[in-house]
Design a protein around this ligand. Sequence first.
Ligand code: TYC
Length: 166
Amino acid sequence: MYTPSCHALLSRIPPSLFGLSAPDLSALDEYRKVMPRTDKPGTDSSDTDSSDTDSSDTDSSDVDLPDADSDLLVKERTHLEPPALYKVILLNDDYTPMEFVVGILEALFSRSHQEAIQIMFHVHNKGVGVCGLYPHEVAETKAAQVMSLARRNEHPLQCVIEKEED
Ligand code: TYC
């Protein structure tokens, strides 16, 4: 705060402001309005607040902020395509145990025991069968997991993915 001593203030008050016998608070306010600040050496000036005189480069009016018309804003999409789905397909063979296929369907495709048995027999009888429908990356991962588990257990089970046509 700018706090000149009381004595210094009194000596600098212009005569035009002396309508009162002694300066009261309103006169002091008037004084502050008309007098320029002069932080002379020797006067009591412990003022460290320079916010009203500082015109450094942090002035917020210089900052270039994006506005509503900016090209940087992402255009709103009005129509979203649903993601393409892929079938994960099991192929029949003569060697992979039925129980192993049922276990795969339960563990990797969240099928109930009844569902798993049904799908396994469908593949056994028809040659191919769908385990589930997934987005591309998920389908690929599941097929790779089937093949990996089959190889680790030395079964020739085959699993492929195929795009679901709409
Ligand atoms: N056909 C196999 C058997 O008789 C069982 C089997 C079912 C294998 C489905 C693979 O994807 C398959 N043991």
